[in-house]
Structures are given as C-alpha cells and as structure tokens.
Design a protein around this ligand. Structure first.
Ligand code: LRH
Ligand code: MN
Length: 401
C-alpha cells in the first residue's frame, strides 16, 4: 500500500470499486422498530411499526448506500397472518423496489415455548414449532427468498431441570423434517448463541453444536455466525475460517458488543474484528465465499434507527474496502517465511488506510450520494417519518413490566 505514485492508487481504486460493486448486506426489518432492553424502551416518534414503514425505511437505506436491496423479515412481527400476508409483502416489494431477504421464524415469544420449542419435552409443542417452521419455509418459497434463518432460543435456567441429551434428539428430528421440506434452492441457516433468554444451558450454544446439527440435517443447512453470540475474547475469525474450510458457512448477523449480545452498531466497539473477519472471507476465494450471506442484526435502542442503519452499512462498506486492499500474495509470502512484523504490517497497513475518499468516489461513480449520512440529513426523511408516525408511537408503551 506504498505511496509510490498514481499507479498504486489507480490499482487500489479498481480493487475497491470491484469489491463494493459485489458487496451486499441485508438490513433487518426489526432494526427500524422501537426496541429496548428489559429495563425499558425509549420510544422514538419516527420508529417503524407497520411492515410498510419498515420497507420504506429499508428502501431509504438502500437508496443512500446502494448496498442493501433486501430486508430480513421476522415472521410473527412482519407477517402476523402468515402466508395470508405474502401478497401484501409482494406489493410492498414492488412499491419500494426492495426484495424480501431471509425469513426468520419466531420460536421464542409465545407462551407455549416456555420450556422450549423444537427441544421441548412435549411432542405436541414440538409439533407446533415444526408447523411454524414449515409455514415459514413456505412463505420463503412464495416470496422467492433463499434463506430460512433459524435462531432457537431453547434451553433451561437450572441444572438438572431438563435432559440436555434428549433435547438434542428432539431438535435433530424437527430440523431434519424442515430440511426435507425445503425448496430446490432454499437453505436453512442455523444460528447459535451461548445464552439469553436461557441462563443455564442453551440447546444450540456454539458453532460446534450448530455445525453438527447442520451436518446431520443435510446439504441445504449451513451455520449462521452472529458476531454478538460468543463468549468475550472468542476468536470469531478463526471460527469463520473453520466454517469456510468445511464449506458450512451460510452467513452472518453483524453487530458489535462490549459485553454480551448487546446488538450495537457494527464496528462501533471493535472495527478491527470485522476487518479480520472480512479478510478471512476475501482470502477464501470466489467460490467459497459466493454463498455467504451478509446480514445486519441490531437493535437501535438509543441511536436514530434510520441513521444507525445507514451508518452501519457505510461502516461495513469501508471495512470491506480496506480488507479488499490487503496484498494477499505478499502477505502469504511473509507468513510462509514467518517474517512476523512485516506480515503484521502488511496485514494492518490497509486497516490504518483511510479508504473514505475512494469509497466516496465509488458512490458518486455509481450515481449515489458521496456522503450517505449527510444526504439523509439533507433529505428531511427522518423529520417526515417522525411527523407521520409520532402520534401513533406516542401511544406505544415504554416500560418492561
Ligand atoms: C437472537 C437474534 C436472532 C434474532 C433476534 C432478533 O439474539 O440474534 O438472530 O432472531 O436476535
Ligand atoms: Mn442474530
């Protein structure tokens, strides 16, 4: 990344342009809604409540960044009437020029899932969970969406209260049935999480458990890595590299955290971590990374929701551009010869490099605003939605209990 003249700059600009031309990251519908913690919710007047408002906000983010044409849907939150809501979603896709992304079933909020959903000791309740998963897969097929994204909150709060062993068997049974029902080019992504809402054991707690379940399900099942779902100081890029190596990496839920599953905005706490993850992806080669889905999974409890989402996509684009500038050939040489400091400098050099000017050039060259956040502020969009939605949002409850 030396500064020896225009040649290098031109070559690097090309690498950033081609990296950003292929970079896509999906936004979550729930990232635009009023969310909080168990200690309360700070209601925002402009927050989205209806699925139309979520599509409108997602379309605004895509119009400003050129990188987020799909919006992830959470079934019970966005299609409360299930398959009957598909036509309405298709109409919104047309109206806002967006596509439905991953379909996320809700197997965690209903009373019947107190002791679990697909791992519940009651066969009747496992049946209810399976039906919701099959309905969600059907919704995905009708919307032409590729990924059924499964997060299973199941677990227990006290040792001895549940058979961890039996629950594994029950999960395999249900997940196997879902895999068998998937459409031709549909996938199921299995997300792991170490704890919360369960605080003693979680049935799918880490990448090893998710990987084993994926392998037992079949070729259409892949592992989903939520960057917030690891014990502190976990080397997430090493897990990513393993999953790429065994060709079982399906995608990511990107966010950031300081302590637990804080769902903070990507790169706000540890941008170098995202850079290291993107490096493993980019050094994995075209074919291996072709089907790795990038998605955002955040809840914006304090930041303005649309601003936070634009900021997140912009940060992801900048970190991806930096990682695309790593001189992979030189790095491999230095690594092979164990020239540690030179290798680290070669690796880190682009992380220090300010890619914002060349990313701005890419935006303008693609007919996008050079500064998305500035363009959002100048558009008056947030003021407009706040005027339109404030009365309704003022009625929404903020307390937890
Ligand atoms: C669980 C999770 C999951 C989503 C939810 C909104 O923590 O990461 O991916 O269903 O957040
Ligand atoms: Mn997630």
């Amino acid at each position: 990344m030396g500064n020896n003249g225009a040649g290098v700059a031109e070559r690097d600009a090309q690498r950033v342009f081609s990296a950003l031309d292929s970079f896509r990251i999906e936004v979550p519908s729930w990232g635009f809604a009023n969310t909080g913690t168990r200690f309360g919710k700070f209601v925002q007047g402009g927050a989205a409540t209806t699925i139309e408002e979520k599509f409108s906000d997602a379309a605004q983010v895509n119009a400003l960044t050129g990188a987020s044409p799909t919006v992830a849907l959470h079934v019970l939150w966005d299609l409360p009437n299930g398959k009957a809501d598909v036509a309405a979603i298709q109409a919104l896709e047309k109206k806002y020029g967006m596509r439905s992304g991953s379909i996320n079933p809700n197997l965690f909020q209903s009373a019947e899932y107190k002791y679990g959903s697909i791992a519940n000791p009651s066969a009747e309740i496992r049946g209810i969970a399976l039906k919701h998963l099959l309905d969600s897969a059907e919704i995905g097929r009708e919307l032409g969406s590729k990924d059924l994204s499964l997060w299973i909150a199941d677990g227990s709060n006290y040792p001895g209260t549940q058979s961890i062993r039996k629950r594994i068997g029950w999960m395999e049974e249900v997940l196997g049935a879902v895999h068998a029902a998937l459409g031709e080019d549909q996938r199921m992504l299995i997300e792991y999480k170490p704890f919360e809402p369960a605080f003693y054991h979680t049935d799918i707690a880490d990448w090893g458990m998710a990987l084993e379940l994926v392998r037992r399900c079949g070729p259409k099942a892949k592992v989903l890595v939520d960057t917030g779902h690891h014990p502190p100081s976990t080397n997430i890029e090493q897990i990513v590299t393993w999953l790429l190596h065994v060709k079982e990496l399906g995608g990511f839920h990107f966010n950031d955290r300081k302590y637990a599953d804080d769902d903070l905005t990507l790169g706000s706490i540890d941008p170098y971590q995202v850079f290291r993850i993107f490096h493993e992806i980019l050094s994995a080669g075209e074919r291996d990374r072709a089907d790795v889905a990038f998605m955002i999974d955040q809840s914006h409890n304090l930041k303005g929701k649309v601003e936070a989402m634009v900021q997140t996509v912009v940060t992801a684009q900048e970190l991806y551009a930096k990682a695309a500038l790593i001189d992979q050939a030189r790095l491999a040489e230095l690594q092979q010869e164990c020239r540690l400091v030179e290798a680290e400098e070669c690796f880190r050099d682009t992380f220090w490099h300010d890619v914002r000017p060349v990313v701005r050039e890419w935006r303008v060259a693609r007919g996008l605003p050079g500064e998305p956040l500035k363009a959002l502020a100048e558009s008056g969009y947030v003021e407009k939605i706040t005027r339109e939605r404030a009365n309704r949002n003022a009625r929404s409850v903020s307390s937890y209990v």
